[in-house]
Design a protein around this ligand. Structure first.
Ligand code: SAM
Length: 238
């Protein structure tokens, strides 16, 4: 029996300090866990957006990023057709469905990820790798016409090397726009995740020829120590 618990705890046994709310959010280190996985678990437990996502029924804390983006730039509205790239596990898709209110023949949300997205009522989820060449024709057939908004929260699996991750993220942003330019209607909007590395400005500048307005935005729900920002482009020129 562990010290301090049950009958074995005599008067000479040091008393345990009462656990506070802060303690409850620090998991006991477990054998076999790496330092980085332990750090990740601790951060998740202390993150108010993780708790809010759970309380509000969102599948990811990322839901709050698209809420902030949309509250500022007004991309989503009832009746819009939206393509969500890098959708798993589905937080952005849930928010898109709430705001688009898809109904028979009016509005639609398509969720695409290389991983499976568990079904979300009101959305059509498909498992596709956006970086593959045969994905675009598959999407064109699935969508059956242009969309009003293309969102991309695609991110590479973290390698631990910031430069490598930034290059991979830049390549995914390129893939997202290469897809969007074939699927967006004139006047449509595009929002995509970028990683600040100095190189991302080139991508942002290149979008200025294709859209009426291009801005970058760091939502409050995006971790301040993360290089992540979002580019939001409106008024697609075709
Ligand atoms: C940060 S998560 C997206 C979170 C999501 N927006 C949400 O709200 O739940 C990034 C996603 O990008 C996906 N992804 C990365 N590369 C991809 C690719 N080439 N094609 C499709 N999805 C990709 C990953 O599988 C991962 O699910």
């Amino acid at each position: 029996m562990p010290a301090g618990k049950g009958k074995g705890a005599g008067p000479g046994t040091p008393k345990r300090r009462a656990r506070t709310a802060g303690d409850m959010r620090t998991p006991t280190p477990k054998a076999g866990r790496t330092v980085s996985s332990q750090r990740w678990i601790t951060r998740q437990l202390r993150d108010p957006f993780v708790a809010d996502a759970k309380a509000q029924g969102y599948r990811s804390r990322a839901a709050f990023k698209i809420i902030e983006i949309d509250d500022k730039f007004h991309l989503l509205a009832p009746g819009k057709r939206v393509l969500d790239l890098g959708a798993a596990p589905g937080g952005w898709t849930q928010v898109a469905v709430e705001r688009v209110e898809p109904a028979e023949g009016r509005g639609a949300v398509f969720a695409v990820d290389q991983l499976e997205v568990n079904p979300i009522a009101g959305a059509t989820a498909v498992m596709l790798d956006v970086s593959k060449q045969d994905t675009l024709p598959t999407l064109q057939e699935l969508l059956g016409g242009p969309v009003d908004v293309v969102l991309s929260d695609m991110a590479p699996a973290a390698s631990g090397n910031r430069t490598v991750d930034a290059l991979r993220a830049a390549s995914l942003a390129d893939d997202a726009f290469a897809t969007a330019e074939h699927l967006l209607r004139r006047g449509g909007s595009f929002a995509a995740k970028l990683m600040r590395s100095g190189q991302e400005t080139q991508f942002v500048v290149s979008l200025r020829d294709r859209f009426d307005a291009v801005r970058t935005f760091k939502p409050k729900s995006s971790r301040q120590d993360s290089a992540e920002i979002y580019v939001v482009a409106t008024g697609f020129k075709g």
